[in-house]
Ligand binder design. Structure first.
Ligand SMILES: Cc1cc2nc3c(=O)[nH]c(=O)nc-3n(C[C@H](O)[C@H](O)[C@H](O)COP(=O)(O)O)c2cc1C
Length: 196
């Protein structure tokens, strides 16, 4: 079980991939790992469009790019668009759990991934012929790992916890730490991607 903890800690968002295509059997294994995630009433609201076509990947990548942010998406070997046909109260949580399973399984197979939350949903649906009534919950890029990013810092567990009842003690400190590490990683990514 310590192995699981190591895997969880070592997984990184990977934004640089080799050109090698991801094997179909690995794609299906990743999707299956996602399908074993818990979901409210075992609803399994997740559905996927798996994209390997370079032109299509470039098109979708364009709809995820804002200035230089997310311009790596067009270089991914594979993109998975996660959508749901009928959104209910727990859909985002269900799909989030599914996505984490997928990214951990991918990492264990040597495949890097990055969850993309910023995209022009309407345009992506148009490109993929996905009915506008459906909801895109997220996009995940995949590819064999071609970078070794440093781990963005985490707030130590003991600072996240209030035991038994809420108290205001330390709350401001945590809010500042969250803001600082969030801004830092966004700004550094912005400048690193501008260089490419
Ligand atoms: C809901 C969500 C949306 C995200 N959106 C993006 C995104 O649009 N572009 C990107 O490069 N990374 C995105 N990420 C990845 C985060 O930046 C990354 O998980 C975070 O910096 C922590 O790094 P780590 O995954 O290596 O631990 C997103 C992650 C989540 C969970």
């Amino acid at each position: 079980m310590e192995e699981l903890f190591e895997l969880i800690k070592k997984r990184r968002s990977i934004r640089k991939y080799s050109k090698e295509p991801v094997k179909k059997e690995d794609v299906l294994k990743i999707i299956e790992a996602g399908s074993w995630a818990p979901s409210a009433s075992n609803n399994q609201p997740w559905r996927f469009i798996v994209i390997t076509d370079r032109e299509l990947i470039r098109n979708i990548g364009g709809q995820c790019t804002y200035f230089s942010l997310n311009n790596f998406v067009k270089e991914a070997s594979l993109i998975v668009v996660m959508y749901t046909e009928r959104k209910h109260r727990w859909t985002n949580i269900d799909c989030g759990m599914c996505a984490q399973n997928m990214m951990l399984e991918a990492y264990s197979l040597g495949i890097g991934s990055c969850f993309i939350g910023a995209y022009r949903e309407r345009k992506v649906k148009e490109i993929l012929n996905l009915p506008q009534a459906f909801k895109i919950v997220g996009i995940i890029t995949f590819g064999y790992i071609s970078e070794k990013p440093l781990a963005p810092s985490r707030i130590p567990a003991e600072e996240l916890v209030k035991w038994e009842k809420y108290s205001k003690e330390n709350s401001l400190h945590i809010r500042k730490a969250t803001f600082r590490s969030g801004m830092l990683s966004l700004v550094s990514r912005f400048f690193m991607q501008r260089k490419k």
